[in-house]
Design a protein around this ligand. Structure first.
Ligand SMILES: [Zn+2]
Length: 76
């Protein structure tokens, strides 16, 4: 078992410029896809996650801790 996929999330606040990134990884092998790790912890943003068994966690909504603005979400 190893890491077979990963998604990087980058959250940016358009209001105050705070930014933070985190990574979720999927464990498994080429013949057996395992589960995704828990979504990454963000300290500068409050994130509501939507768990998807196939594609991994998705950000449903993210809010800046500092100013309360809705953050923009980038994934890679
Ligand atoms: Zn902000």
């Amino acid at each position: 078992m190893g890491i077979i996929d990963s998604t990087d999330f980058t959250l940016t606040c358009p209001n105050c410029g705070e930014a933070e990134s985190g990574r979720a990884v999927q464990y498994g092998s080429s013949w057996s896809h395992g589960g995704w790790s828990n979504p990454p912890d963000f300290k500068k943003f409050v994130v509501q996650w939507q768990e998807d068994k196939s594609y991994g966690p998705l950000v449903r909504a993210a809010t800046c801790q500092k100013c309360g603005a809705a953050a923009s979400v980038g994934t890679m």
